[in-house]
Write a protein that binds this ligand. Structure first.
Ligand code: PGA
Length: 250
């Protein structure tokens, strides 16, 4: 049985004092869950978050990184920098980064390799636009994204990678994919992983759903056969709401 992994993606929200307050309220609410809980916070909150989750079951992730180890890349942060302060996860290839910051499948692949090289675990985002879905291209788009993201990765890397399937039309729009739509696409991604690495690895890899997940729809989504939890944006900014998503199975 695969575990369920619920990750919050705070995007460009929350100051350090808000981060500390959040964790103080949130940690007691999720302390008894058997699900894995991750908060992906802005760079400026990482250190505070890491200090304040000590002794809890909450893990901390970043939302982006550069693929180079070091050098003249003004404004960038490396995998080693994230790892050195204790960061465990990093979101890679979020659709907002692909759309606004020109990330490509190639840079996503480079970032994944660089993260894995220092022991950071990537949460790799894939997803189709509304137009692509309406034209029946969803499977082709997302499996192609996975194929390129995983280019030259070894089977043993997969246990340290999470895939997040996030239909772009469902992100921040309040429009959630139906549980059947989400499950079907995630099953197609799993089939692609099976073609690339074999059925055993495909059965093991964690694939989340993301896009307008909230307390009221988390249970029906996360109970589907292929959906292993969620990547949650807006609804992860409130301790009470996010704890209900984490505790969907209580
Ligand atoms: P949302 O964002 O939950 O606010 O739709 C999800 C995401 O972008 O990861």
């Amino acid at each position: 049985m695969r575990r369920k992994v619920i990750a919050g993606n705070w995007k460009m929200n929350m100051l350090p004092n808000e981060t500390i307050n959040f964790i103080e309220q949130f940690a007691p609410l999720v302390k008894d869950t058997k699900n894995e809980v991750i908060l992906c916070v802005p760079f400026t909150d990482l250190f505070y978050a890491l200090l304040h989750v000590q002794g809890t079951n909450i893990k901390i992730g970043a939302q982006n990184m550069h693929w180079e180890e070091k050098g003249a890349y003004t404004g960038e942060v490396s995998a080693q920098m994230l790892k050195s302060i204790g960061t465990e996860y990093v979101i890679i290839g979020h659709s907002e980064r692909r759309q606004y910051f020109a990330e490509t499948d190639e840079t996503v692949n480079k970032k994944i390799k660089s993260a894995l090289a220092v022991g950071l675990k990537p949460i790799v985002c894939v997803g189709e636009t509304l137009e692509q879905r309406e034209n029946g291209k969803t499977e082709e788009i997302v499996t192609n994204q996975v194929e390129k993201a995983f280019n030259n990765l070894k089977a043993e890397d997969l246990k340290n990678i999470i895939i997040a399937y996030e239909p772009i039309w469902a992100i921040g729009t309040g429009k959630t994919a139906t549980k059947e739509e989400a499950n079907e696409t995630i099953a197609q991604i799993r089939k692609k992983v099976a073609e690339m690495y074999g059925q055993n690895d495909a059965n093991e890899i964690i694939i989340q759903y993301g896009g307008s997940v909230k307390a009221s729809n988390a249970k029906e989504l996360f109970e589907m056969s292929d959906i292993d939890g969620g990547l949650v944006g807006g609804a992860s900014l409130k301790p009470d709401e996010f704890s209900k998503i984490v505790n969907f199975d209580k």
